[in-house]
Each structure stands twice: as structure tokens, then as C-alpha cells.
Write a protein that binds this ligand. Sequence first.
Ligand code: PLP
Length: 377
Amino acid sequence: MSAEAVSSVGVVPLVDLVAQQAEVHGEVMAELADVLGSASFIGGPAVAAFETAYASFLGARHCIGVANGTDALELALRAAGVTAGGEVILPANTFIATAEAASRIGAVPVPVDVDQEYLLISPEAVAAAVTPRTQAIVPVHLFGQTAFMEQLIPVAEACGAALIEDAAQSQGATRFGRHSGTWGLAAGTSFYPGKNLGAAGDAGAVLTDDPAIAATVRMLGAHGSLEKYRHDAVGINSRLDTVQAVVLKAKLARLQGWNALRRAAAERYSALLAGIPGVVLPREAPGNSDVWHLYVVRVPDRDAVLAALQAAGIQAGIHYPVPVHLSGAYGSHGWVAGSFPVAEEAAGQILSLPLYPHITAEQQERVAGALGDAVRP
Ligand SMILES: *Cc1c(COP(=O)(O)O)cnc(C)c1O
């Protein structure tokens, strides 16, 4: 397609949040007027209201709002007793933040491989990576799925490690009817704008049923303090902004509806793309109800397919092109190419198609048409 043809039909973006924001605009602006008018910028009833609403939506006892998803994971790990030198097992194919959260404590991220079909952390690989230094296991609920929690729980129990879920991509997802983020000792989630539940900036939360973990997370995230100017531990500053809490509360009321739109869009892609030779479509694991944070296909010669899509105005993405253990940040830790073959092979094949609640059927047909053209020899 020529550049002119592209501009005449418009680009299909990977993510488009404008329609979502428009739906909550009136409600958010009215509440923001109160927040700004009363100059109550930190904490206050809006933060507590969102925390209560999100905990009750998930069926978790405690939700502690924090500044972002990476902080949420770090605080959950610290509250669970992870210390410098301890080992934290996590999947090789995740967003770098999962590993950073461990590194910021001085703990050692230990990547392991994932299953071939769903690219979720492999319980067998986790069991094989356990050592006397293992302090935590962090499954990542990748692409809107939920990891194989019922298999990971006994592995964690057998070695005494804390199971801390990375639920940044799975808001609203369930496995056997139980919400993602409520299976482990605690979970960290991110409300980065592009997540299924997204703020108007950075935000995150820790979820747990354990009152002691909840209290420790609150204390560590508030400069190690539960009582003003009494600091019992060296903490950090990680608060959920009041403004973000207002936005999140309004969007939470629509999350189920938006997740249903994502699911319908995923089903439309699967129908449109069925039968295109060489394109492997994503499937839902038995027991899971996924929330389709991303719709990830696998294609041979992925980089050429991606370039062809881009030339056709289709903004596809790759989540993630370089596994954690081969990244510049962690490449010096002694892992070599070939360490985690399933994650490495997938990194060369995966392609995330444009997906968001308000994507139109016409946009999806354009994506499917362009993908068909790109893979046909
Ligand atoms: C987005 C994300 C995070 C971290 O989120 P931030 O809010 O950007 O710190 C962590 N893990 C995964 C899997 C994510 O997708």
C-alpha cells in the first residue's frame, strides 16, 4: 500500500484509549473539581473508596494503592520477606518490571521457561529452579490470561516460598472462577494507562488477604511509617495519587463491559484469521476466562510480517522482543541464548495485533486482510 493510501484510510493503532476516556469524562471531571477545589491532593476518601471497590470487585480482603506496578511488586515481595541475596523465580518472557522489582531489593531474579502453548510460567520449570535460597515465585498473568496457579501453589508450599502474582495484565481475568490476583500470598498490579484498568498516568496496587502483609505494604510505601514521623523501617514513597484514584474508580465501574468488548474483538480476530496458513492463533487455557489484554499471534518470519503491517498502517507490536535473561540489563548474569528455548523461540514469532475495547469490526477486518497479505508467499 502506498503512503497516500495509508493516510486516506487511517492508521489502526495498537491501543486507542480516547473512547474509554470519553465514556468517563463527565463523571471524572465532576469529581476532580471536588478534589482540586478542596486541595486534598494526597490520600483522602477517593483513594480509600477506590481501594475498597477494587478489593471487593476481585474478592480480595485488602487493596493498597501505590504509585505504579513496579512498586507494587517490590512492596509485595518485601512484605513477603524477600531480602537481598534471596532468589525470586519468574518467567523469562515478561515485561522487565517483574525482574526489576526483585533487583531493587537486592534479590536475584531467576528466570525460568514457559509452556509452549500459552507462554505462561511452567510449573515444572519452577520446581526445577527451586534452591535453598528461593524466597518467592512470581507467576505473570501474561496477555490477560491467568497462570497455572493450582499447580504453582503446591510447588511454593513445598519449598516455603511466597507466591506473589504479577497481575498487571489480567484485571478481571479468572481461573476456575477465581480472580487473577487473589491466588497467591499477594499480587502486584499496574494501572498504567494501556492496561485493562488504566489510570490517567502511573498507578498500581497490591492485593492480599493477609492483614500483616497489607499493613507492611502500607508502612513501607509510606516512608516506613504508619504513624506520622515515626519511621520503623526504611521505606519508599509510593502512594496512589488522589487524582488517579478518581479516574480508576470511574473506569472500574466499566471494566467488565470493556473486558467483554475485548473478548468479542478477540473472537472476531479468531474468526477472521482462521485458516490463514502459518498464523498460530491464541487460545484460552481450560479453566481460564481471559481478559485479552493483548491478542498475540505467532507467525514465521515475524519481522518481515511486522514491517508489512506497518507499511499498511497497522500498528502491531511485540510483547516482548527480548526475553529478560538476554536483555542488556540482565545479560551479564551468566545466561546465554538457548537457556530458555520456549521463551526465546516465541520472542522471534509473537506479534500483538491492535486490540482495545472500542476497536471496530472494520478496523479488525483491515488488520486481518493486511496480515493475510503479509504472510502469503
Ligand atoms: C505493566 C507491567 C508491569 C509494571 O507496571 P508499571 O506500572 O509500568 O510499573 C509489571 N509487569 C507486567 C507484566 C506489566 O505488563
